[in-house]
Structures are given as structure tokens and as C-alpha cells.
Design a protein around this ligand. Structure first.
Ligand code: PBG
Length: 350
């Protein structure tokens, strides 16, 4: 039996039958004191319900054509576009911080209607994978599988009659995933939101001898304004229209579960919700309904908001970032993809 009691005329606190001792019901000095366990840092650490550690992080990397390039993304302070030859320093840092995985995005030299650089075996991502595997064989390499960085029109698939053609895109996505696996990718992560892509990619990987390559599916990827800074970083803003005919409507909750269930049925190994902070309810829903590992993408806009506010002296960057990352874990994510991963790993090690 649960009783509710008004305290000080402001908040309502639940009281179990066992707690309703005469002293408490009488509104006198409480004999139950939650504050006892908050008294010291050691006590708070002992009873903490959610752990955050670098082992949970995936660090996104933007790899660009050319040589000798380390170009900061204006809307994402601290995040750079790297040419393949310059990746060493970044990879060494990620490994030394105990971050187990990187997520690669490629900026190709040329773009065309069909996004053909995406499945070029000597393409930018394929070369970056080989280089990273040579530098750090144990670091997991996850690759974003999508066309928006490779197509001249900036959409995530092939355009037919002014719209993204789902089924014409599937074969090319599968071809891209196989090409990433052949270069040594451990996990491919389709982010295009075409129907049936996880199944198409799974079949193609298996047929080409990559049965051990995992799929991390961007299952519930919303058509979000929080991708703004990323589109500058990856140079992939759509040249006409928007992505609302394939990415999810931010108003929808049940649909996210339906998308996730489809990805499970099609053979996904890891599910993902994206963005993270405005969609904590979706992370919780999927965590409670399904038992696959769950990733959350703490996207570019979430990063840039904290960066901008802290540069203005409006937020404490360290506290705000760790609070946000804890919240994503608390909602139910096992894995967090974050541009803050390196800094957070450093803060957590202090
Ligand atoms: C590619 C892709 C996007 C992001 C990850 N993969 C952009 C988009 O869909 O427009 C966004 C990541 C971020 O904002 O950090 N489709």
C-alpha cells in the first residue's frame, strides 16, 4: 500500500506502509533519512546506481582526402577532419584513454549521383580502416554506412523521381558494408534509415565470408535538427529538401520500437537510438523491451550546445558533460557514441 503525503505544502513524497510510523505521519522529525547516504563522496560512490567508464565509449572520427590535414570543424571545437596520414596521433590518444572503439565518417574527394566513392575499395573510409588496423589492431573500428557524404545531392540514397529510392539503395549499401568489412571493419553501422537495409547487409556480409562482422543498426534515427554541426563536419547537408521522408518523426515513440524489432528480425547485433538526450524515453523503451546491446548517439548538436555554453561561461563543461553522459547510461544505453568521449575518459580517470 502506498500513501502520499504533502510535505511543507510543496512536494509529494511516497510513503510505504512500513514507513508510516506514528512519528512520521505526525509530521515530526523523520526517522527515514535518505540524506544519510549522501553525506560523503565515499558514501555516494558506494550507493551509485549507474557507472560510467571509458569502456562504454565510441569516439567518432572524420577522415578526409588529401595529406597533412588536421582541420578543426568550426561548429565543433576540439573536433577535426583528419587525413589518413595524420591519424596516428588521434588513434594513439584514443587507445591510451582506454576507449575501445572509433566510428568512422569519410569525406571523399569526389561525389556523384550514385555515391560510388562509398563502395570504392580504395575509398577514404576503406583506407582509414586499414591504417587504423595497422596502428592499433585491437581498437574496434565501426564504420558509418550511408550515402549522404558521397552523393552530389547529399541524400542518404539513390534519387529516382525526386525521392530517395529505397530498394535501389539497398544493394549499394550492402556493397559498401562488404567493402568496409573487407578492409577490416569490425562493426558496420547503417545510418541511412532505408527499409530492409539490415537484412540486405547481413545477407551480403554472409555471402562474402564476413559472417563475423557485426551490425550496429541506427534503429531509431530521428529527423533531428541536432545533426546541424555534423553536416558541416561531414560536408553532407542535403542539396534539396530534407531527410524527413526516411528519418523518423520526432513525435513518435511506438514507431521506434517497431523499427528496433525489425532490425532484430533482420539480424542486427547492436541497436542504436539517435540523438540521445532529447530521446531518453526511447532509450528506456528499447532497453525494457529488447535484450540486444543498446547504443545511444550523443550527436553533434548535443556536443556543440555544451561547448558553446561553457565557452560563454554559462555552463561548467565537465559537470554538464558527465551529467549528460550519466543520464544516457541511466536511461538504459550500454554504449555511448560521443564527441566528448576523449575528454570524458580523461575526466573519469582523474
Ligand atoms: C549520416 C549521418 C548523420 C549523422 C550520423 N550519420 C547525419 C544525418 O543523418 O543527417 C549525424 C551525427 C551527428 O550529428 O553527430 N546519415
Amino acid at each position: 500500500m502506498l500513501y502520499w503525503r504533502k510535505i511543507g505544502g510543496r512536494c509529494m513524497e511516497p510513503l510505504t506502509a512500513q514507513m508510516t510510523t506514528p512519528a512520521l505521519v505526525g509530521g515530526q522529525i523523520p526517522n527515514i533519512r535518505p540524506r544519510r547516504l549522501r553525506r560523503s563522496a565515499a558514501l555516494r560512490r558506494l550507493v551509485r546506481e549507474t557507472e560510467l567508464s571509458a569502456s562504454r565509449f565510441v569516439y567518432p572520427l572524420f577522415v578526409t582526402h588529401g595529406e597533412g590535414i588536421q582541420r578543426e570543424v568550426p561548429s565543433m571545437p576540439g573536433i577535426f577532419q583528419w587525413s589518413v596520414d595524420k591519424l596516428g596521433q588521434e588513434i594513439e590518444e584514443v587507445v591510451s584513454l582506454n576507449i575501445p572503439a572509433v566510428l568512422l565518417f569519410g569525406l571523399p574527394e569526389t561525389k556523384d549521383e550514385a555515391g560510388s566513392e562509398a563502395y570504392n575499395d580504395a575509398g577514404i573510409v576503406q583506407r582509414a580502416i586499414r591504417r587504423i588496423k595497422a596502428l592499433a589492431p585491437d581498437l574496434l573500428v565501426v564504420t558509418d554506412v550511408c550515402f549522404c557524404e558521397y552523393t552530389s545531392h547529399g541524400h542518404c540514397g539513390i534519387i529516382r523521381n525526386g525521392d530517395v529510392d529505397n530498394d535501389a539503395t539497398l544493394g549499394l549499401l550492402a556493397r559498401t558494408a562488404v567493402s568496409h568489412a573487407a578492409a577490416g571493419a569490425d562493426i558496420v553501422a547503417p545510418s541511412d534509415m532505408m527499409d530492409g537495409r539490415v537484412g540486405a547487409i547481413r545477407r551480403a556480409l554472409d555471402e562474402h565470408g564476413y559472417a563475423q562482422t557485426s551490425i550496429m543498426a541506427y534503429s531509431a534515427k530521428y529527423a533531428s535538427s541536432f545533426y546541424g554541426p555534423f553536416r558541416e563536419a561531414a560536408e553532407c547537408a542535403p542539396q534539396f529538401g530534407d531527410r524527413r521522408s526516411y528519418q523518423m518523426d520526432p513525435s513518435n515513440r511506438r514507431e521506434a520500437l517497431r523499427e528496433a524489432l525489425l532490425d532484430v528480425a533482420e539480424g542486427a547485433d547492436i541497436l542504436m537510438v539517435k540523438p540521445a538526450l532529447p530521446y531518453l524515453d526511447i532509450i528506456r523503451d528499447i532497453r525494457e523491451s529488447l535484450n540486444l546491446p543498446l547504443a545511444a548517439y550523443n550527436v553533434s548538436g548535443e556536443y556543440s550546445m555544451i561547448k558553446a555554453a561553457s565557452r560563454n561561461g554559462w555552463l561548467d563543461e565537465r559537470l554538464a558533460t558527465l551529467e549528460a553522459l550519466h543520464a544516457i547510461r541511466r536511461a538504459g544505453a550500454d554504449i555511448i557514441i560521443s564527441y566528448h568521449a576523449k575528454e570524458a575518459a580523461r575526466w573519469l580517470a582523474e
